[in-house]
Design a protein around this ligand. Sequence first.
Ligand code: BG6
Length: 369
Amino acid sequence: EKGGYATFMEKEIHDQPHAVADTLLGRTDESGRLVLDEMNISEEQLKAVDRIIVVACGTAAYAGMVAKYAIEHWTRIPVEVALAHEFRYCDPIVSERTLVVSISQSGETMDTLMAVKHARDIGAMTISICNTHGSTIPRESDAVLYTHAGPEIAVASTKAFLAQITCCYVLGLYLAQLRGGSYADDAQSVMKELGQVPEKIETLLGQMDRVKEIAGFMADSRSVLFLGRHVGYPVALEGALKLKELAYIHAEGFAAGELKHGPIALIEPGQPVFVVVPSPTSEHGLHGKVVSNIQEIRARGARTLVIAEEGDEAVEPFADEVIRVPATAPLLAPLLTVVPLQVFALWLSTAKGLDVDQPRNLAKSVTVE
Ligand code: BG6
């Protein structure tokens, strides 16, 4: 049942090309236009959406953060991400034109369920992005988009995360197509690019030996930091969460731009820092800014573990380790850049002799508030 792997988590990491491919399956017609059959909200209602609020917990909330960058860019609809357990208690402002998107692997997380019920009670439209057919959250929502990651057994989420991000892209592109405007034309080309991602994940998974080796050396680490920017920021948060969950190591993710406003004080000789570098093709010169961040922390003695696109030579002089990922469109990069961080957490946990699939104190789905 573990497909020849030692743990479910290792298997599920290797399932990821399929999780993404299967989540894309059947969502376009022959002409490449997006069609969402599971959408029980009318096109008129969706065209009228003027605000989106994503509600989720843990890893699913980080998928929501990726969604914010992508959906806002493609649709120009403002997107907010709320932790589900906070949403209900912050007196949220919604109208019948607000779309509340919940993201949950299990479909049973009580915090998320209560947020969805509250959203409905106060008059918002609700869509569930969920991995489990017949679970409670989709039943309590107006519409559902299933992620097709297959059952996820390991407590720490991996393939469901990639499938959630994929589903968010699909939803964003669908809304863009529906609303027309400049980004509607791009929807098909982004879908094409997205279609190539599973193969790239496969390639990447074949190049993870060095990451496993690095994890093996780092079992004694007391703290590991993660930096990212734009869509790399939620990837940094997810990298830190995986390490906390699986290896019980203090880990924190930061937006790289925030470094100079505080966290740089943490840098001392030997401090390991993963840096998720934006593609050199990213807008607004973000690539150069993150490369400068690497330079700054390296000068203060950090051990820099750099995740950079294939062919990005600019990072070389400041990196203790460079982990290469295949190139893709900047907004789609999280589907690739998070993989080495998952693999790192898996092997660090293993190096410490811990239970990878069932970390202490955690449950796969938390059905209490
Ligand atoms: C946590 C799990 O309790 O719940 C995380 O440990 C998960 O892995 C989070 O991301 C949300 O779960 P779900 O099922 O709602 O996606």
